[in-house]
Write a protein of this length. Structure first.
Length: 276
């Protein structure tokens, strides 16, 4: 049986803040998708950011869904942090993770069908993602004999924290190099910032009610997720409104391969015109 709330107002505040974070973070994916669709271009959106983001949300989905639905993992969590402790994953966390994986995968799909200029995935990002999933697979086999499920999902939690820390770096440097945020939706950032603040508020409500801050260090991934996201959101807001307001991008000095400005996958209309 889970631990009950001591204060109804704090419980209501917790639920409200949780859904504010959920809707803010979930809606934050749409401005970039809509911007890509309207421009029929992904120029200005860093591809490494999208790839690392998909890895982050996929690993976070594994953590959230397992801790929320698995009674075995919940038992191991309480044995480690205390029988009276509440599970630090709510329904909105699971819902958000599922939605995030789907929308990020769709953004990745847009990269393959829209005009992309001279941009491409870096070998470093591809190597990081490949090494990450290989390491995760090895950890699965390590956990199997001893049923160390809590340790295993903590590995996926660590992955999402690491991805959160590094995923913003390519986009931040790209904005700096181009001296512009053109092609990168600021709506995404503003909603992400709101979600991060609401998420911290949600965790604080639970900690105050239970008179225990284990909610923060017992779910360190969620704690660092909000902190790192908020810091980078502030950086992007500063870039967009202070450093490069309304500036057109400086082209990246990369050698263009023949046809590199074509979409990776041509539309049916373009394919048909080539046969004329």
């Amino acid at each position: 049986m889970g631990t009950s709330w001591n204060s109804i107002p704090l419980q209501i505040s917790y639920e409200v803040l949780g859904w504010i974070a959920f809707f803010s973070w979930s809606i934050s994916f749409y401005p970039q998708v809509i911007l890509n669709f309207r421009r029929k271009s992904v120029v200005g959106l860093n591809f490494d950011f999208v790839l690392l983001n998909l890895t982050k949300h996929s690993s976070y989905l594994v953590y959230n869904a397992t801790l929320y639905f698995s009674s075995a993992v919940q038992k191991q969590y309480r044995e480690k942090y205390g029988l009276d402790e509440m599970i630090p994953v709510a329904a909105n966390d699971v819902a958000f993770s599922i939605h995030a994986v789907l929308l990020t995968a769709f953004t990745l799909f847009q990269i393959f069908i829209y005009e992309r200029g001279n941009q491409k995935f870096s070998k470093i990002a591809l190597a990081i993602v490949s090494a990450t999933w290989l390491a995760a697979a090895v950890c699965v086999f390590i956990a199997l004999p001893t049923h160390s499920w809590l340790w295993l999902i903590s590995v996926f939690n660590t992955i999402q924290v690491i991805m959160t820390v590094i995923k913003y770096i390519p986009q931040a440097f790209m904005n700096f190099y181009r001296k512009s945020t053109e092609g990168f939706s600021i709506g995404n950032i503003l909603l992400d910032f709101l979600g991060g603040v609401a998420n911290y508020g949600q965790m604080a409500m639970q900690s105050i009610d239970q008179n225990s801050w284990v909610n923060f260090y017992g779910n360190i991934g969620k704690t660092l997720l909000s902190l790192v996201s908020i810091c980078f959101d502030i950086l992007f807001i500063f870039q967009h409104y202070v450093l490069y307001p309304g500036k057109k991008a400086t082209p990246l000095p990369l050698k263009l391969d023949e046809g590199s400005q074509e979409p990776l996958v041509k539309s049916s209309d373009e394919a048909g015109s080539g046969k004329v």
